[in-house]
Every structure is written in structure tokens, then in C-alpha cells.
Design a protein around this ligand. Structure first.
Ligand SMILES: *Cc1c(COP(=O)(O)O)cnc(C)c1O
Length: 348
């Protein structure tokens, strides 16, 4: 792509910013025994009395090899939500710039845009839930800094056509952020494979879904070293706490366990997809590449309330455009899914 210059995208105050230097940035331990009197910590060992590594060296090294991405192209956040917010704060001038989002999609893009006083221009997906490249490029103005894509998309569950995404990345001179929260459930390759081809590509993943660690809050941002440096400048120094780093290291070390759970979840998704057509009021089941299934029913509010009554909580997505009378069903354990089907069948 011609004419892409990251410098033109960075907010001027962020370009000038002198980042905070923490005690743990200034002195980097090589593991040899030292007396630490630099960070005003409590010296009595409790397992958490020391500040965590601000750049998460060990964890990033493991994640880098797992993802096949260099450490220098990776930044970790307190969930991907923190990363999305960092990206907006680094590259979008409040009250001036805008971003493009493609509803129906993940709600945080719009909320975070509003928090940062930015307009989110909305370009609906097509009826097949694909990005409408022509209309997206028409919506781009001189102050459009970022296009957010979610693939596989939440709540529709489908993966976007790679040809359309390649076209958008090549045609747009701002950043294209691809949220891959559900990539481990999809057969399609990750866009991290194209980080070396595109300077304006940012890929976000999370340990909240396939890795089963929503509780520790760990998101992964992967992009060019230049983009990562800008984000690293503004991230809170200790944004990933010690317990999260430890917990993630342990679990990532056992990738086989994660793969095993993912294959169970996929098998269970197929069970739901096979059984849901038996329910009279289920009108359609949208194809999914994620760990949930979006279904169209006769009356989503009614069915939602009935399920709740029976102790089953699903998500009513009817307020989203193109999603009238839809429920989003997360794939649970075999027992949970059988209970769901049984309950749906019993509803009047
Ligand atoms: C669940 C989800 C996330 C995860 O966010 P975390 O803050 O990492 O838990 C991100 N994007 C989408 C589209 C999601 O559905």
C-alpha cells in the first residue's frame, strides 16, 4: 500500500508524550538475587508483594511462540477491551476524528468510541453478514482513523470473506483493526499471518474465550513494531497483574488441554446445530465459526423470558440491526446443551 505513514495517525499530544518510567523499567532483573529497595514495595514475601513485570517478558515470549509472532509485535492488555481503548486513545483526536464499525457487531467498539468522544460511523453488514466494502470506503472521510472488523463476528458467528478484508486493508490509509476473539474456533487462518505484509493492520486476540481465562483479563494486540511502540507508551505500567501473568503462563504451557476443550466445544456446537431445527419456533440457525450460535426465533423476548424462568440465561440480540428476534446461544458442556434443547422443546 502506498502513502501509509503511521506518524500522521498518532495524536500530536501522544507523539510528544514522555512516558512514565517505572522502577521495573529502569532496572531489569536477570534473575540473580538482588535487594530491591527501588519501588516502595513491602519486603515481606506473600507471592504478590512485588510489582509485576510491566512488559510481561516471560508471558510474551511464550505467547509469541504460540502465535508465531515476534515479541516486538505484541502488546498485552487487561482484556482486549483495554487494548481497544488504548488504540482509540493513541490514534483518535477526541471531538475531531471518527472510526467505522460494522453492525451488528461487538458493542464495545461504539461504547469506547463514545467514551473517547469520537463518532462511530456505522456501515451495516450485508444481509449475508459480510462487510460492504464499497459503502465502507464511501463512509471514510479525512478524519476517519480506524475501521474495526470482528471476524469471526459477534453476534453473527460468521467469518468475513478474506478477499474483502484484503481489499479494505489495501484501500484504507488508516488502521484496520481485526478483532479475532473467536479465531481459535474457526478453521480460517489468523490475520497475524499478514502482519509483515500490511503496516496498517492490527490484530486483537484474547484469552477469554478458547483459552478459558475470561476471569484473568488478558488481551493480545499484534501489529507492526511501530504501532506497538506507540501503544506501549501510553499503557498503564502494570496493566497485567502478577496473578494473571502466572495463571496465563501455566495454562498456555498446556496448549493440548486448550485444543482438547475447543474440539469438545466444536463437537457440541454441531450437536446444537443438528438439534435446534427440531424446535418448532426456531426459524433459522446462522452458520457459526465461533463458540456460540445465533438463532432466529418467533418471539425472542418471550423465549428469552421462558428460558430464564427455567434457569437458562442466553443473550437476546434483537436490538441489533439485522438481528430481529435472535438469541445468541453460547455452547456449554454436553449436559448444559442437552438441557437447553430439552427445555426449548418443552416451551409452549
Ligand atoms: C468476548 C469478546 C472479546 C473479549 O474481550 P476481553 O476484554 O478480552 O475479555 C473481544 N472482542 C469480542 C468481539 C468478543 O466477543
Amino acid at each position: 500500500m502506498d502513502n501509509f505513514n503511521l506518524k500522521n495517525l498518532i495524536r500530536s499530544n501522544i507523539q510528544k508524550l514522555e512516558p512514565y518510567v517505572s522502577a521495573r523499567d529502569e532496572f531489569v532483573s536477570d534473575g540473580s538475587p538482588m535487594i530491591f529497595l527501588d519501588a516502595n514495595e513491602n519486603p515481606f514475601e506473600s507471592g504478590v508483594n512485588r510489582y509485576p513485570d510491566p512488559v510481561q517478558r516471560r508471558l510474551k515470549t511464550q505467547l509469541a511462540s504460540l502465535k508465531g509472532v515476534q515479541v516486538g509485535k505484541m502488546l498485552l492488555g487487561n482484556g482486549s477491551d483495554e487494548i481497544l481503548d488504548l488504540i482509540l486513545r493513541a490514534f483518535c483526536e477526541p471531538k475531531e476524528d471518527n472510526i467505522i464499525i460494522l453492525p451488528p457487531t461487538y458493542g464495545m467498539y461504539k461504547v469506547l468510541a463514545e467514551v473517547n468522544h469520537l463518532v462511530a460511523r456505522e456501515v451495516l453488514l450485508t444481509s449475508g453478514f459480510q462487510p460492504d466494502a464499497q459503502r465502507i470506503l464511501e463512509a471514510v472521510g479525512p478524519m476517519t482513523k480506524i475501521i474495526f472488523l470482528c471476524s469471526p463476528n459477534n453476534p453473527t458467528g460468521n467469518t468475513f470473506d478474506p478477499e474483502i478484508i484484503h481489499f479494505l486493508i489495501k484501500s484504507f490509509r488508516g488502521l484496520v483493526v481485526i478483532d479475532e476473539a473467536y479465531i481459535d474456533f474457526a478453521e480460517t487462518e489468523s490475520w497475524t499471518n499478514y502482519l509483515d505484509s500490511y503496516d496498517n493492520l492490527v490484530v486483537i486476540q484474547t484469552l477469554s474465550k478458547a483459552f478459558g481465562m475470561a476471569g484473568i483479563r488478558l488481551g493480545i494486540c499484534m501489529a507492526s513494531g511501530e504501532i506497538i511502540e506507540v501503544l506501549a507508551k501510553i499503557k498503564p505500567p502494570y496493566n497485567v497483574n502478577e496473578l494473571s501473568q502466572k495463571c496465563a503462563l501455566e495454562r498456555i504451557g498446556n496448549e493440548a488441554a486448550m485444543r482438547n476443550e475447543v474440539s469438545h466445544i466444536l463437537e457440541e456446537r454441531r450437536r446444537l446445530e443438528n438439534r435446534l431445527p427440531e424446535i418448532g419456533f426456531v426459524e433459522s440457525i446462522f452458520p457459526s465459526n465461533a463458540n456460540f450460535v445465533l438463532v432466529k426465533v418467533d418471539d425472542a423476548s418471550k423465549r428469552y423470558a421462558q428460558l430464564l424462568e427455567k434457569g437458562i440465561v442466553v443473550r437476546n440480540r434483537s436490538s441489533q440491526p439485522l438481528c430481529e428476534n435472535t438469541l445468541r446461544l453460547t455452547v456449554g458442556t454436553k449436559e448444559e446443551n442437552m438441557k437447553l434443547i430439552e427445555t426449548l422443546k418443552s416451551l409452549q
